[in-house]
Structures are given as C-alpha cells and as structure tokens.
Design a protein around this ligand. Structure first.
Ligand code: PMT
Length: 486
C-alpha cells in the first residue's frame, strides 16, 4: 500500500476525512486506509494514473462525496434551524466548543445554556464567542425573565441537545425536577430532545442511571452514546465517553431533515436474521445470521423515506429507527408475515431462512435412546419465501434476494436469480476463506456482488452499513428510472 501523509492533504480533503473518521469512530489514518481499500474497482485511482497514496485518497474522498454519503457543509439538512445546546458539567464539555463550530459552519444557529457545573470546565465567554450568541446560565436572570425567558428558549428551539449529559442531569430529566435554567427548559420544551451522556463507566452502569435511561427512552428522548474508550481519569476505560461531535452533527442533520425523501410513499418489506426451526420444546435448528445486514438495509430504506416492514427472525441487535418490526421464529411464520405486508413496491430478502424443518416436531423433550447412539432427524423442505414473492400475484416491482454461498459464488447466485424470480441477487461469499475481516455471517463487514438481469457489479469490502446505504441508493435509482438494473 502506498504511503499516506495526512498532513499533506488540502484542507477540504482533511475535513472530509476527519468527518468520516469521526462518524466511524476511527483515526484519520485508519479511515484513509479503509477508504482507499474500498475504492470501487471501476474508479481505482491507479487506472487514472494516481499511484501515490495521497492521490488515491483524494480520488476515494471525491467518490465518497459524489455518492452523497456524508452531509457536506454546504448541503446540511438542518441549515437555518435553531439548536438549543444544554452543556452539562463534565470534562467532555470541551467537545461542545468543536460541536458549536461545526454546527455553525453548517449555518445552524446555536443557543447555549450552561449549567453551573459546566462553567467549572469551560467558560461562557468561549461558548459565546463560538456561538456568536448570548450564553444563558441563570433561571432568574433579570433581563431574560421579564418575558419568561426559559419558556421562550424552550419554544424557539427546533431541537434541544444535552451534551454532555451527566448522571445528575439525566436523573433530573427522568424525574421532571426543576432547579435551574437547564432543567426548566427541558421540562418546558416540545422540541425533540437528544441526550449525549458522558460519565464514569461505574456511574453509567449504576442501576439508578439504568432506570433513568429507561424512563428517558420511554419518554421519546433520543440517547446517543456514550462511546467506549479511555476516560479522563488516568488508567480508567469503559463505556462513558461522550460521542464525537461529528456523530451529533450527523444525527441532528438526520432528525431535522425535512426535505422530500426519494422513497416517501413507497413500502418496503425486508427480511432479516435467522429462522429457528423447532425440534422439540427445548431445541431448534438455527444458523449464524445476526440480522446486522438485514437490519441495516431496513434502516437505510427508512432513512430514504420508505415505510419499512422488517420481518425478523430471533436476533439480539436493536430495532432500527422508523421501521415496523414483525418478529417471527420459523420460515413458515416469516412467509406469512411477508405476505401480510404486501402490497409493497420493494422486497429485500436478507434473512438466512432454514431450507429445511423437522418433519415431525416432538411435543416432548427427545430422550436419549438406550439401544443406539444414533438419533436421525427427518427433514422436510420449508417454503421458499423469496421464490413465493418473486412469483406472487402481488409481486413488488423490485424483488431483491441474497445468495449466501461458500463455492461457485456467481454461478450459484445466477441460478438463484432465475429460479427465484428475483430482479437482483446479492451474491455473498460466506465461506471462512472470504477474506472479509471478522467473517460475513455475524460480522460487521461484507463484500458482495450485485447481479441483475443485465450484468454484475462487484463491490469492494465495506461495512454492512455502507452496503445497506449503497443498495438503498441503487434501489432509488432503479425505481426512479423504472429500470431494474444497475
Ligand atoms: O445476518 P448477518 O450476520 O448480517 O449476515 C448476513 C447474511 C450473510 C445472512 C446475508 O448477507 C445473506 O447472505 N443472506 C441470505 C442468506 C441465505 O439464506 O441465502 P440462501 O442462498 O440460502 O438463500 C437465497 C435467498 O432465498 C435469500 O434471499 C433467502 O432469504 C431466500 N430464502 C432462502 C430459503 C427459503 N426457504 N426462503 C427464502 O426466502
């Protein structure tokens, strides 16, 4: 791999790289290397004559920008909106200075309230200088309270962000306590509230904080973080760091994005995770699917405005925002749920459905047989959900299947495209020798080939989130041109 010197990049490239690295929780150097590795084969910088590491990085960053994957400074969906930033008293308060700067360069108006404790860590002077606004600190400020200033602040915000949110602030919020300006505004606001906690890992794990967290979530408050890592206290590490400011910038962009979405008005049904096929009351047949890829695709389609019905087998990962989850166990239940979700314009079948189930489920726990060590299980074929939907009378206009293969990847995937009546098949090498770091099934990364009726495009290894985002964009493109090819 050619060498990269981040210091030699121009300011725009550095900024884009920094933003991407922050979003992904990596160092700029790590991000740069991954970006170059992910450079699509068709746009490989070497084919443009760029052999130097930094040149390749520029091409990769340009690719990233033109694919519209990050909110560019000039195209920020929350531009012109007003954020009320409540700064709590923690060492992470210093990150708010960077946050304010980044929001302001995206033309967001930032008003800040600082708690008494926050002022022990950073000064109202620096917050005021960066936000170019008066900083609010007191509930009983003579000037502001003449027109009930705390109600005005609460009302005039498009979004309230609490960062860093200390254990104390979260406890007050969960219990509706008001003893200062920050807590008064939090009780009075009707705007969406985002909380970015930051505290010592022991405080974060404490049952009282867990209880307060559950209450805040139930109240509809969005919690972002905390992240894992080293703490300010020397030698301490764990979960408790405030997330990077760029993550909050992206989240605010998403939450306040009121631009028309390309999949608005379209319904998508996505399957995800494994199925469990019962053997007896305590045993079942399963597989290693985690649901990460299917859930990410559901989230990416929802982010583009689709109404998403996510039919998932048993998984332990969180339900993505803005999708309707239907939980199932077996292949037969999954088929019923998918058919019930029709009509839909888009179907993406990511689930690792068991091809077979037990012919006769035992109603009692199967005992060992004293006469033999063999215990044959008779299997019968499960319904093929993708095939059923691909030939359904209410067939969605775009039917996408996956093919998890350990050999003859493209040939087998092509056969599935035909036999299952799909428009696209995503060929997935799930063998142990796929070379994908951490493995595909259960891991965070994937390397796929997209097969259509007219061609095949090989995507480089990337995160499952990135696969999902790119697939969702390809779906938008194909529906808008009424073509089912890429
Ligand atoms: O969940 P992860 O850990 O993130 O892993 C992701 C994944 C590897 C499971 C995913 O990327 C993937 O490849 N999913 C397809 C798994 C699979 O069952 O492949 P298959 O080749 O056996 O099936 C082909 C297609 O038919 C798939 O779209 C499958 O959902 C569908 N199918 C299969 C059998 C069946 N009875 N009904 C079906 O609908």
């Amino acid at each position: 791999m050619a060498s990269i010197t981040i210091r030699n990049l121009d300011e725009t490239a550095k900024r884009r790289l920094r933003e991407r690295a922050a979003r992904n929780g990596r160092s700029m150097e790590e991000e740069a290397r991954l970006l170059i590795q992910e450079l699509p084969v068709s746009r490989d910088a070497d084919s443009n004559g760029a052999t130097d590491g930094n040149e390749r990085l520029h091409v990769a960053l340009e690719e990233e920008r033109s694919s519209g994957n990050s909110f560019a400074v000039n195209d920020y969906p929350a531009a012109g909106k007003r954020i009320l930033l409540i700064i709590g008293g923690g060492i992470a308060a210093y990150k708010c200075l960077d946050l304010i700067r980044r929001l302001r360069e995206r033309r967001v108006e930032v008003r800040a309230i600082m708690t008494k404790a926050a002022q022990e860590f950073i000064t109202p002077l620096s917050v005021g200088a960066l936000s170019a606004q008066k900083v609010f600190t007191d509930l009983f400020d003579r000037e502001d309270e003449q027109d009930v200033g705390h109600i005005r602040l609460a009302r005039e915000a498009d979004l309230v962000l609490v960062a860093p949110a200390t254990a104390d602030l979260m406890a007050k919020m969960a219990n509706g306590l008001v003893d200062d300006l920050a807590s008064a505004v939090l009780l009075a606001t009707r705007a969406p509230v985002v909380v970015a906690p930051a505290m010592n890992p022991a405080m974060w794990d404490h049952p009282a904080t867990r209880r307060n967290l559950a209450v805040l979530k139930a109240d509809g408050i969005r919690i972002e973080g905390p992240a894992k890592g080293e703490m300010a206290e020397s030698g301490e590490s764990g979960t408790g760091r405030m997330v990077d400011p760029m993550i909050l910038v992206d989240l605010i962009g998403d939450l306040l994005d009121d631009r028309p979405k390309p999949l608005a008005g379209k319904r998508a049904v996505v399957t995800s995770g494994p199925t469990h096929e019962t053997i007896d009351p305590v045993r079942y047949i399963a597989n290693r699917s985690s649901g990460k890829q299917g859930h990410a695709i559901a989230a990416a389609l929802a982010a583009l405005g689709a109404e998403v019905i996510l039919v998932s087998g048993p998984v332990t990962i969180p339900v993505p925002r803005d999708v309707a989850l239907v939980e199932v166990e077996s292949a037969r239940e999954m088929l019923r749920a998918v058919e019930a979700a029709l009509p839909a314009e888009i179907a993406v079948m990511v689930a690792a459905v068991a091809d077979f189930r037990i012919a006769r489920e035992s109603s009692q726990k199967i005992k060992k047989n004293k006469r033999t060590t063999r215990q044959p299980l008779e299997l019968i074929e499960n319904p093929d959900i993708l095939k059923t939907i691909g030939h359904h009378k209410r067939r969605p206009s775009l039917v996408v299947g996956f093919a998890a293969e350990t050999e003859n990847l493209v040939k087998n995937a092509q056969a599935k495209l035909e036999s299952k009546g799909a428009d696209w098949i995503i060929a997935n090498d799930v063998s142990l020798s796929s070379g994908v770091r951490g493995g595909v099934m259960g891991g965070d990364r994937n390397s796929i080939s997209l097969l259509t009726r007219t061609g095949i495009s090989k995507w480089p290894e990337m995160s499952k989130l990135e696969v999902a985002r790119r697939l969702a964009e390809a779906i938008v493109e194909s529906l808008s041109t009424s073509r089912v090819e890429v």
